[in-house]
Ligand binder design. Structure first.
Ligand code: AMP
Length: 249
């Protein structure tokens, strides 16, 4: 069974991003970029399924500029067999990525399509759901456990206040939650091996997809600065302030 895994290049999760002075976005010049953490979990899950003999080939896909090749090489160092870069310098919104992935799903016919539940840069949490709708496939989002039995997948999902287990028929789209697995460290020999793996490059036009943005960002702003705390002399003052100043009780 083929697995297709989507990996996005994002600002590293350790970086404290700064909003540009003109409020048009965040400043990513000279900032460390890495694979979206949920996508590392997606690749790891595909590799574990391959190690169990369920999956036979893993294809990693990234959409974005030429530097996304680094992200694909990381995916291949974790264990993906080959990579596909859909190269464009255009701003890609979730709908455009979903359309590009749909075109690749049509081309590659994978049984399993694994994405992260969300990209930590735009926090959209949309691409997997949009892809499932466009490709008319079942979806299991926020997966914390995946078991494949024949042409079905049993997926445990993290929902508010508990877990839900659903059964879906394959091919299907699965999006990963944090507790699905802990991705392995990439080793130097595997980084070297990944350099020799196949990496194909397409342009959105080759896939017949118009990636023009449909949404316009009006403004990006920092969260308001937190004011300094104060000490209150007694409980009565605290209750009074909570009731009359903060208005929370
Ligand atoms: P989002 O809907 O933007 O929060 O992203 C959800 C998931 O879609 C990510 O975790 C990735 O698996 C996938 N994805 C989003 N954008 C891209 C991209 N440019 N290239 C590859 N995969 C992507």
């Amino acid at each position: 069974m083929k697995a297709l895994v989507a990996v996005k290049r994002v600002v590293d999760y350790n970086v404290k991003v700064r909003v540009k002075n003109d409020g048009t976005g965040v400043d990513i010049a000279n900032v460390k970029m890495s694979m979206n953490p949920f996508d590392e979990i997606a690749v790891e899950e595909a590799v574990r399924l391959k190690e169990k003999g369920v999956v036979t080939e893993i294809i990693a896909v990234s959409c974005g500029d030429a530097k996304c090749q680094e992200t694909l090489r990381t995916a291949m160092a974790i264990g993906a067999d080959r990579g596909i870069l859909v190269e464009t310098d255009a701003e890609l919104q979730p709908l455009a990525v979903a359309k590009l992935l749909k075109a690749l799903v049509d081309k590659e016919q994978p049984q399993l399509i694994i994405l992260g539940k969300q990209a930590i840069d735009d926090d959209a949490n949309q691409t997997g759901q949009m892809l499932a709708a466009l490709a008319d496939l079942p979806q299991a989002t926020f997966a914390s456990k995946v078991e494949i039995e024949g042409d079905k997948a049993s997926v445990t999902r993290e929902v508010d206040g508990g877990l839900e287990t659903i059964s879906i028929s394959l091919p299907a789209v699965i999006t990963t939650d944090l507790r699905l697995n802990e991705p392995r460290y990439v080793t130097l020999p595997n980084i070297m091996k990944a350099k020799k793996k196949q990496l194909d490059v397409f342009k959105p036009d080759d896939l017949g997809v118009d990636v023009a943005p449909r949404l316009k960002t009006l403004k990006v702003a920092e969260p308001p600065k937190r004011g300094a705390g104060i000490k209150v002399p007694d409980v009565a003052t605290l209750v009074d302030k909570l009731r009359n100043e903060a208005k929370v009780i």
